[in-house]
Design a protein around this ligand. Structure first.
Ligand SMILES: [Ca+2]
Ligand SMILES: [Ca+2]
Ligand SMILES: [Ca+2]
Ligand SMILES: [Ca+2]
Length: 212
């Protein structure tokens, strides 16, 4: 009798546990929930609080280059430019979209570049932004979103964004790049002073300020 009740107890435990195991199935990218959830670093630190919005990241995850657009081998401007050329590359589609990339109410003239060999979308704009400490900045923002089939096997919809900061801008002691990596849901996973790794379409956060 005692053994029966132990077996019964085990069966009940198993039945109660199964749905919990089932919860481990991850939902596929809900890009609409995106950027609103991105946490901002604490005030008083080097950084930018303006961030790309969900609509822009969704576009980046599934780009739609217009037919017959220019093919280029780089995106950005001046010092904040990234070379996207691959061996035997005939160029990457580059087009302009008028879109409010960060929900600040102003429409940006944003350059989109689709790196079709690596399956990565770049979005670049030059704009005003707000610093983490409440100050104002102005410069380039580079947004990169990994697409389906990207050669780096990064989750679709994940990526990074980065701003150029002048000396003294947004708390930067010298000219710098500051950025964040974000996951497939658009949540920032790390932010800080950063370096762009051009040949891997990636970023390295040097001085991490937030990490989850
Ligand atoms: Ca590339
Ligand atoms: Ca390319
Ligand atoms: Ca190409
Ligand atoms: Ca805007």
């Amino acid at each position: 009798m005692k053994r029966m009740s132990i077996l019964f107890g085990l069966a009940i435990t198993l039945i109660l546990t199964l749905p919990l195991l089932g919860v481990r199935v991850e939902r596929v990218i809900a890009t609409d929930a995106l950027a609103a959830d991105m946490p901002s670093p604490a005030p008083g630190e080097v950084g930018v609080s303006t961030k790309p919005n969900a609509a822009t990241l969704s576009k980046g995850a599934a780009p739609n280059p217009p037919a017959n657009v220019d093919k280029k081998t780089a995106v950005g401007s001046g010092k904040f430019s990234v070379n996207t050329a691959n061996p035997k590359d005939d160029g990457d589609s580059l087009w302009i979209e008028e879109i409010d990339i960060d929900s600040d109410g102003n429409v940006e003239t944003a350059a989109f570049l689709y790196d079709d060999e690596d399956k990565v979308t770049y979005i670049y704009a030059n704009k005003d932004f707000t610093c983490t400490d409440g100050g104002a900045g102005k410069g380039g923002i580079m947004i990169v979103v990994y697409n389906k089939g990207n050669i780096y096997k990064k989750p679709v919809g994940s990526g990074w964004y980065a701003y150029t900061l002048d000396e003294g801008e947004c708390g930067a002691k010298e000219e710098a790049v500051w950025g964040c990596e974000f996951d497939a849901k658009g949540n920032a996973t790390a932010c800080g002073l950063a370096a762009i790794v051009e040949d891997k379409d990636d970023i390295t956060i040097v001085g991490e300020e937030i990490e989850k």
